[in-house]
Design a protein around this ligand. Sequence first.
Ligand code: ADP
Ligand code: MG
Length: 597
Amino acid sequence: MGYSLQAMVEIIKLPEHVANQIAAGEVVQRPSSVVKELLENAVDAQATRVELRLRSGGIALVSVIDNGLGIHSSQLALAFERHATSKLKSADDLFRLATKGFRGEALASIAAVSDVVLVSKTADEPTAFAIRMRAGKRELFEETAFSTGTSVSVSHLFFTIPARKNFLKSEAVELKHCLDEFHRVALLHENIHFQCFHNEAVLYDLPVGSRHQRIVHIFGSKYADRLVPVKEQTERFELSGYVIKPEYAKKTRGEQFFFINKRFIRSPYLHKAVLEAFEGLLLSGHHPGYFIEIDIDKAAIDVNIHPTKTEIKLDDEYHVFSVLRAAVRHSLGRYQINAPIDFELNPIFTPSYEQHVSEAKAPRIKVSSTFNPFKPEVQQQESFSELYVETDAQQIRIDGQTAVKEDLWNLDSLKTFQWANKFIVVSSADKLLVIDQYRAHQRVLYEAFLKKMTVEHIGSQQLLFQESIALQPQEWVLFETIESHLIDLGFEFERSAESLIIKGVPEFFPPNESGSVFKRLIEEAESLSSVLSYSTADMAAKVLAKHSAVKKGVALSAEAITELITDLSRCKEPYLSPFNKRIFVTVQEAEIIQKLH
Ligand code: ADP
Ligand code: MG
């Protein structure tokens, strides 16, 4: 009986466009997948100029125009067939891949789930041809005008699969993914002039230059002196690139790029090699940044293990691992001899060199009875503990220290001194308190700023000299996600093509520093908001406090010490820094007696 039922089952070969739709799922996950495939095709076609145009984060349109070899009119339709490729002739070639594409799947897959118009012209044909594919079916093929090269425009992505379309994230998120792919291709090909537009605005214009210049053009001029070169050559392979100085390591996994034989790849294994090289140089929770390119005998790798090709198998992994680790260590070591890093100086956040320089000026703690660098004339008479301001340190208590508060802060009876320009030591009848001055001041400022933002009315002050700051494309995306909160806080902006003009800032904000502080706010918004903060106000207060607090290594006057302790004693949460680090430790008389035994 079972047999007769089975006999009814008919095996059919799927029509090509259905097969393509199924295969598309593997190759095309979101607009950024289209960006990657089209950019790689342009590079494979030996283009020297490549333009990426995106609309609505790539959801509405991804278009890539190149001046490469073009596709002959007789081959145009073939380019959209699955497993049609000009790059792989025999199975043997698989092991000697010089091009990025080779499966001949991308165009077929993309066309199966979208609306594609491809226009192309080769140097030896007099005119260009356009072909249009919708849901995998050809809709148009005609002569048209175009210079030598290829233009591929992909719109209505996933219109054939609405469920897939609903999976897409916000425009900002999709844009970020698209830009990530753009970065990967653009970083590797500094000999190609790349441009990137989003909704007609220029996000990147990357002229031909060195690898170092390309990194700086993409990630911003501040990277110019953050990069340490890495170079090594063995019989088997060549390694080159840059690592980011450890003090600029980020809390987010930002710039981590491995390229093997001109492909971006992910490799937890090689990442570990870099991590080991950075050992002892990174603060906990910080990630190293790197741009490492490895060129290895093509026969020694197999890139064909994953359809999107960001994974790779190396024949002799451990050899590469150990050479990479040694090379990075060597570079970091050499760099540190020239510019020693003292992490002890700033245990929470390592400042940039600019900050080191500016810190060398007179300490900002002076003598006003309540220090606030932004408004030194304001008197803060009331205690913060009366205020109801939510802070995220609230849930965290350090055992036994809640009780300390009452008897600790009887200031009249205290003796204080600064020790090692880092700590303030306070002695009372039976114990010593060792206070971390930087963390203490962060706490004081943080609560003051937060109070200004959340409890008191915040007015806006118009800037006499409006500041214009240039934002990187990534920063624009970030800015847009917090823009409305910043306006609530009293900021006023005007946008121009490339820069943001700050017209007004909250009253408590230092007007003359608004540009630089604001830029830092944006830079850190990403890591801080997700990791540490409840709200934009909280995040902004933390960033402002972190950058305004008096650092370690600064000598404080007796008045400044008294004032800092007074202010700290009035804090709602005097035990923890805004970043949840202990502000002080106590040493009991009994402990000392015990030690002396
Ligand atoms: P693959 O890149 O794996 O070969 P694709 O589906 O991406 O497969 O492309 C199919 C073929 O179309 C390529 O092999 C190439 O011959 C041609 N092609 C695609 N894009 C371009 C382009 N921008 N310039 C020239 N030829 C292209
Ligand atoms: Mg391709």
